[in-house]
Design a protein around this ligand. Sequence first.
Ligand code: NAD
Length: 417
Amino acid sequence: MKNENLNPFAIAQAQLDEAAAVLQLDPDMHAFLREPMREFHFSIPVRMDDGRTQTFRGFRVQYNDARGPAKGGIRFHPDETIDTVRALAAWMTWKTAVADVPLGGGKGGVICNPRELSQAELERLSRGYMRAIARYVGITQDVPAPDVYTNPQIMAWMLDEYEQITGHHEPGVITGKPLTLGGSAGRSPATAMGGIFTIREAAKIRGLDLNGATCAIQGYGNVGSYAHQLAHDILGMRIVAVSDEFGGIYNEHGLDPEVISEHMRRTGKVIDCPETEPISNKDLLEMKVDVLIPAAIENQITGENAARIQAGIIAELANGPTTPDADKILAEKGVYIIPDFLCNAGGVSVSYFEMVQNSYQYYWDESLVHQRLDQKMTTAFYAVHEMAQAKQVDNRVAAYLVAVNRVAEAVRLRGWV
Ligand code: NAD
């Protein structure tokens, strides 16, 4: 298991290859689906507060739009690469297909460290990003959203820049907006909420009583912090460890989400929260818990540590947290994986609901959003589960089989391949 290729796009392609082999996918279709349809690379010059101009590199990848306009978040990250954006755009394609929303897959990114930027610099960078992609996005072309280190305020700046350029209101051009500007009720917790519904169903299949069951969560941003709150409030789980990029905390009696949120508001980190012990990100992943939730970044469970994973269920709220080598080891151990583009499809599902509400200019309340999200996630979960049973494959391959069938059908009907 040495020298595992951790390039996320190579991993996304290898996953597709495995599914294509099971499906006996037409080689021409397979070749078409292995590559992004379009990508944009650009420079964003930003006037910094000290008067200098700093140039940032930005990307937008429209991986496949056979089923509808491309859809996918924008990530601001110091380690961003075009291959990460390509992989995330590919996973968005499979995600919108498995969730059965009428959208394609895309993704964007900027190489930057938002923690080193002032609010004014962040606003100029966000507006600069939108200026660079404005002519390629829109409700019928490509609709961005937040991802790692981007948030509703950044979506608001980008929306405004787009509307200044085009001269008309078009709230559906971007999702994950603040409520005042046409955001959907329930969008912020949507990714975690969708994951909670899939954990609920997986527990039924595994015969696991979730009430009091233990859980560890890696990543405490939008997705991880809501996952903590909702696993605690809705499923009655005992969340014994959580972490962020600075380290983790542990309490075997369970961590109170309210106490951690309050500590986060004061310090910006989970570490040193009262009544907790420190734990490293590495040890958190290897804890003996019923459910492990990776909710941070890619390549956290690899061929190197997979044999030491003790969780019974892994609910992948992050994109790409598990590598193909790890998948093989986890399958042998009988770990039940809820694969990323199924588990975290709640975000894009409610983004789609946001687009629908923007088109109608008529807004739903949070309970209706959650009810429809539950329906979508439960349907997607069983589509994958039944495929896994029928083809005797693991859940990740099954999710690919469902998604690739749907995308390939749209490509074929359009006569592209
Ligand atoms: P975020 O920026 O709000 O939070 C990211 C969290 O991960 C932070 O707590 C950060 O400290 C932590 N982190 C970063 N690097 C880490 C490391 N090396 N080790 C441990 N923790 C680390 O981002 P988010 O929106 O919560 O996204 C988290 C994951 O969920 C990403 O993989 C993202 O692609 C995926 N996702 C997000 C959405 C969404 O709606 N926001 C939807 C689907 C998937």
